[in-house]
Design a protein around this ligand. Structure first.
Ligand SMILES: Nc1ncnc2c1ncn2[C@@H]1O[C@H](COP(=O)(O)OP(=O)(O)OP(=O)(O)O)[C@@H](O)[C@H]1O
Length: 547
C-alpha cells in the first residue's frame, strides 16, 4: 500500500456509497462520511458544514464578518486524529470553526459560490489557512472542499485536510462522494420529515381518538364548546371518587344531566340516583321526606316510612335547588354527611347510610351563606367539587349542534320527517340569547318539528328570529315572548304524541319488539314504548279501534 497517496480504495469507496444510500438520519449519514474519510490513511481531518439558520450569532467569532445573519454554515460532523495519535477532532460543539458565514473564508466561499476549493500545495496558499500553527504541526499538505449541491441548491460543504498532496484522481473521488452525499442528505431529510409528520399524525390521532371517545361516551351531552369540554373532563375526574359535588348554573343549563352522568360513571351506578327537588317540598315535611318517619310520629303518619336517604342508600342523592333547604334541617343534613347517621322522625334508633351527595343550585350559594340563609359548614361540605355550568348564551358554538340534536330526537320520537332549517334560521337561533337555556331551545325545536308537520314550519323559529331582532333593538333581554302562531299547547302536543304512537302500533299491527315493530319505527326502546303507552293509557282497543 502506497503511503504517499490518498488511500480510499475502490472497495471501501463502493461500500461507503452503498451505506450512504441506506442512511435515514442526516446526522448518522454525515458522521458516516466524515468517519470513513478520516479513517483513510493520510487524512488528518474530514468535516461537513450544512447551511441552516443562524443560531449563535451573538457569541459567534465571525459575527463582524457575517453579512447575512439569517443563515450560515454549521459544523455538523467532524472526524480526525492528530499526527501523534493523541488528539481527536470529533466534536462539533466547540472550536473556532463550528460556524462560517456565507462567503467568508474558504468554506464560506465554497458554499456561496457553489465551486470546489482545492489546494493541493497548501504552503503556497497561506491566505487560505486560518490556523497556520495547526497546519504546520499536523503536516497538512492539502485541503479539498466540495459543495454539496442538490437540484441546483448548495446544501453545505464537505471538506478534508490530508497529509499528502492530492492528485486529480483523489479530487474526482471527493467530487463523487460530495454529489452522492448531497442526494443522500436530501433523502435522509425527506425520511426525517416523513417520520416527523408520522409522529405528528400519530399524536393528532391519539388526541382525536381521545376527543371522539369522550364525545361518544357522553352521547347524551351535546356540545363542542371549550366550556362543555372542560365540564366533561371534570366529570371523568370526579365521577369515580366519592366527593360531594355542587353544580351551579341557570335553570335549563343541564345541571341534572351532568349529575346523572356523574352518577352513572361512579361505582354507585348499580344503585339508584334519587332526585329531590328541594324547592317543591313543603317546609314542615322536609325532615320526614329526607329521613323518613315512624308510625304515629305526627298526625297522618299511619305507617312507618323510609326517607330519601334510605332509598338512596349506596347510591346518590341529587339535591336539586339545595339552597331551598330550610336552615333548621341543614344541621341534620350536615350530620348525615359527616357521620353517615340519621334518625327517622319519631324514632330513637340511629340508622347508618352510605350516600353520595350531588347538589345543584341556580343561586350563588356563597352569597346565601353571607346572607345567613345557608350554613357555612354545610356549604363547604356540599361544595367539595364545584361545577359551574355557563348559560347557553356564553357557549353559542353549541347551539347549532343542539338544534340539530333536538330536531332529530323529536322527529324520531314523533315519527315525523326532520325539518330542514336554513342557514339564516340557524344564525338567528345562534344570535338569540336563550334565557331559558337548553330547555327553552329543546322546547322550541319540538314545536318546530310539530309545526312543520302542520305545514307551518319555522313559525316558531322565525319568531325566535324576530325575537332576536327585537331583543337586540331594545337592548334588553326578552323572556318567552314567542308569539303563539303555529305553536301547540302542551295538551295539543301530548295529543299529537299519542296519535303518533297509536299510528305506529296500527302500522306495525301492535308489534312492539324486534324488526318492523312500533318501537323501531318510533326509534325508541321497546321498554320505553311500553312505559309511554302505560303512561298515556293507550290500550289495544285504541289502535285496533282506529284501524
Ligand atoms: N349539553 C346538552 N346536550 C343535550 N341536552 C342537554 C344538554 N344540556 C341540557 N340538556 C337537556 O336540556 C334539558 C334541561 O336540562 P336539565 O334539566 O339538566 O337542566 P337544569 O339545569 O337541571 O334545569 P333546572 O335548574 O331548571 O332544573 C334536559 O332535557 C336536558 O336533557
Amino acid at each position: 500500500m502506497t503511503q504517499n497517496k490518498f488511500n480510499l480504495d475502490f472497495e471501501s469507496f463502493q461500500l461507503l456509497l452503498l451505506e450512504m444510500a441506506q442512511q435515514r438520519s442526516v446526522d448518522e449519514l454525515l458522521k458516516l462520511v466524515t468517519s470513513s474519510l478520516a479513517s483513510t490513511y493520510n487524512v488528518a481531518l474530514a468535516r461537513v458544514w450544512m447551511i441552516t439558520p443562524g443560531d449563535i450569532c451573538n457569541t459567534c467569532n465571525e459575527y463582524a464578518a457575517c453579512q447575512d445573519k439569517s443563515r450560515c454554515l454549521h459544523l455538523m460532523a467532524s472526524h480526525g486524529l492528530s499526527i501523534d495519535n493523541k488528539t481527536t477532532w470529533n466534536t462539533i460543539q466547540h472550536g473556532a470553526f463550528r460556524r462560517f458565514p456565507m462567503g467568508v473564508r474558504k468554506v464560506g466561499r465554497i458554499a456561496s459560490s457553489g465551486q470546489p476549493g482545492n489546494i493541493s500545495a497548501i504552503s503556497g496558499n497561506s491566505d487560505w489557512i486560518a490556523d497556520r500553527g495547526w497546519v504546520k504541526k499536523e503536516h497538512i499538505a492539502s485541503f479539498v472542499g466540495q459543495p454539496l449541491i442538490y437540484k441546483g441548491e448548495v446544501l453545505g460543504v464537505l471538506a478534508m485536510f490530508t497529509r499528502i498532496a492530492l492528485d486529480q484522481g483523489a479530487l474526482g473521488l471527493m467530487r463523487m462522494i460530495a454529489d452522492h452525499l448531497a442526494y443522500a442528505v436530501s433523502n435522509a431529510r425527506a425520511f426525517e420529515e416523513i417520520k416527523r409528520l408520522k409522529r405528528q399524525i400519530e399524536n393528532e390521532n391519539a388526541y382525536l381518538r381521545k376527543e371522539v371517545n369522550i364525545a361518544q361516551s357522553f352521547n347524551g351531552i351535546i356540545g363542542k364548546s371549550n366550556a362543555l369540554h372542560e365540564i366533561l373532563q371534570q366529570i371523568l375526574l370526579v365521577a369515580p371518587i366519592d366527593t360531594s359535588v355542587l353544580i351551579t348554573g341557570e335553570s335549563g343549563t343541564g345541571k341534572e344531566l351532568i349529575a346523572r352522568e356523574i352518577h352513572s360513571r361512579s361505582k354507585r351506578a348499580g344503585h339508584p340516583m334519587i332526585k329531590i327537588n328541594c324547592a317543591a317540598i313543603p317546609k314542615n315535611l322536609f325532615e320526614s321526606e329526607f329521613f323518613g318517619h315512624a308510625r304515629g310520629a305526627f298526625t297522618g303518619a299511619y305507617k312507618d316510612r323510609e326517607g330519601f336517604f334510605q332509598i338512596a342508600d349506596r347510591g346518590t342523592l341529587f339535591l336539586d335547588e339545595v339552597g331551598e333547604i330550610p336552615l333548621e334541617l341543614q344541621g341534620k343534613l350536615l350530620r348525615v354527611l359527616q357521620e353517615g347517621e340519621y334518625q327517622r322522625v319519631g324514632e330513637e334508633k340511629v340508622r347508618k347510610v352510605d350516600v353520595r351527595i350531588i347538589s345543584a343550585t341556580n343561586r350563588d350559594l356563597g352569597r346565601e351563606v353571607t346572607a345567613g340563609r345557608f350554613r357555612e359548614d354545610l356549604y363547604y361540605r356540599v361544595n367539595v367539587f364545584p361545577f359551574l355550568l355557563p348559560p347557553l348564551r356564553d357557549r353559542k358554538e353549541d347551539i347549532p349542534l343542539l338544534v340539530n340534536h333536538f330536531l332529530a330526537l323529536t322527529s324520531r320520537r314523533l315519527n315525523r320527517p326532520k325539518p330542514h332549517l336554513t342557514q339564516s334560521e340557524i344564525e338567528s337561533l345562534t344570535k338569540y340569547d336563550w334565557p331559558g337555556n337548553i330547555r327553552e331551545l329543546q322546547n322550541v325545536m319540538e314545536r318546530a318539528v310539530i309545526t312543520s308537520h302542520l305545514g307551518k314550519l319555522d313559525s316558531g323559529i322565525s319568531s325566535i328570529a324576530h325575537l332576536t331582532v327585537s331583543t337586540t333593538a331594545r337592548g334588553v333581554q326578552t323572556t318567552g315572548q314567542i308569539d303563539k302562531g303555529g305553536i301547540l299547547t302542551d295538551a295539543e302536543l301530548r295529543q299529537l304524541e299519542r296519535e303518533n304512537m297509536i299510528e305506529a302500533l296500527r302500522v306495525c299491527n301492535g308489534k312492539i319488539y324486534g324488526p318492523r315493530s312500533a318501537s323501531e319505527k318510533l326509534g325508541i326502546k321497546p321498554t320505553t314504548l311500553i312505559s309511554r303507552l302505560k303512561k298515556m293509557g293507550i290500550t289495544l282497543e285504541d289502535w285496533n279501534g282506529s284501524n
